[in-house]
Design a protein around this ligand. Sequence first.
Ligand code: FAD
Length: 434
Amino acid sequence: MRHLHWFRTDLRLNDNPAIASHAAADSLLCLFLMPKPKPWCNLTGVGKQRDRFLRESLIELKKDLQALGQDLLVLEGSPELVIPHIVKRYGITEVSVSDHPGWEEKQSVTYLAEKLDIPVQIHRGNSLFTETDLPMALEDLPQVFSPFRRKVEKLNVRGPKAAPEQLPSAPSAQFDAIPPSIHKPHPGLPLPGGRRAGLRRVKQFIWDDESIKQYKLTRNCLDGFDGSSTFSPWLANGNLSVREVAHTIFDFEKNKVANESTYWLFFELLWREFFYWRAEVDGRALFLLSGLTGKPRRSTFEPRNFARWCAGDTNYPIVNALMRQLVATGWMSNRGRQIAASCLINELQGDWRFGAAFFEKHLIDYDVGSNYGNWQYIAGIGSDPRGGRHFNLAKQAADHDPKGIFIAKWGGVRPLQPDYITDAADWPIDSEKV
Ligand code: FAD
């Protein structure tokens, strides 16, 4: 019994049912394939901070595996090509993966299950509930959040499982070291990769600083550590299991305080859960301009406006600061993401998918369901019962950055420029007359 586990967004040994399933195997090969997103919306590759966070996570996971006599093989290439080759080379008899709600990720697993004549086992992904826990069939999953929440919030969240104390040995001597990133976490918002950093942040936010007690009041702050938990990168990469985060909240409520804010942090995990299962159901529709509605959404896409939005060089200082924060740190607060997305969709009339693709490239917490689901929500073609959101940028800046500290910190003030430099016939507009 020579097994292979293909790590994807489950970069941990704790509460990882796929890893625990190999106890009886004679050997286990742990594999990770560096993400190489297909070119999409004029964008390629992953941003420097996303790559940095991932590499830090992989280096730590490799060390944790080595401490158990195991190792991690990290390769580049598409799973459809690499995995059949590895299976043949090492005489693998069974493959495991943790479930992933993304459409392309599912396509890869379906392809492998058909192509390989060995079992491909799919284990629970990083979700609070399993499909069988849900009180409805997936085809009856509510389109909007509130009915979903009402149905699931009282369900029992099973406790996280400890990491296995032993693992079968690796089929080969040590694999190559993982080249570290040349980039560092940004000093203005340092979010290091790896499980230990995630556990430290959970301890700090919940137990040491007890910030969870005020979370509902502070969660819309634009700079991470001041207000929200910043757990998202470790959840998205699977350094932390969402069940262990939920149970830490429950422990705090049992042993310290339970109030509206402590509940609200769990409530946000339910939003994550909602988008997880919606992605599972919506499949390709998550990436369509018309989203779930099937109705074309009007956009007058102007490449120059999109480029200015990406560069944080629009006529909106708050948006510029947010976009610069994103590229520099790989993170942006929830309110920030709503403001930046609303600006691209409403002020700049862009195709929402280009914005989602830019976020996908740069976010260290990129998560297919939460990213595309939230973009669709703001564009009004997803799960928003109110048909989209248009944030008043001046009001948002006044509410969330009244003294302009955030804008100054991330360099949001830029020279004003005309929105269009060519007319409808593509002739240059005389800027003196604009
Ligand atoms: P907290 O406020 O502390 O919340 C705790 C946790 O709850 C988060 O870590 C996250 O797992 C979950 N959560 C909170 N808000 C949401 C939400 N609106 N939707 C889903 N889950 C939520 N989140 C991602 O994890 N990955 C993404 O790629 C992503 N893209 C987004 C794109 C847009 C346009 C918008 C508006 C939101 C997006 N979000 C995404 C959701 C949300 O912005 C982040 O999860 C949150 O900002 C992360 O910061 P935090 O951990 O401090 O959140």
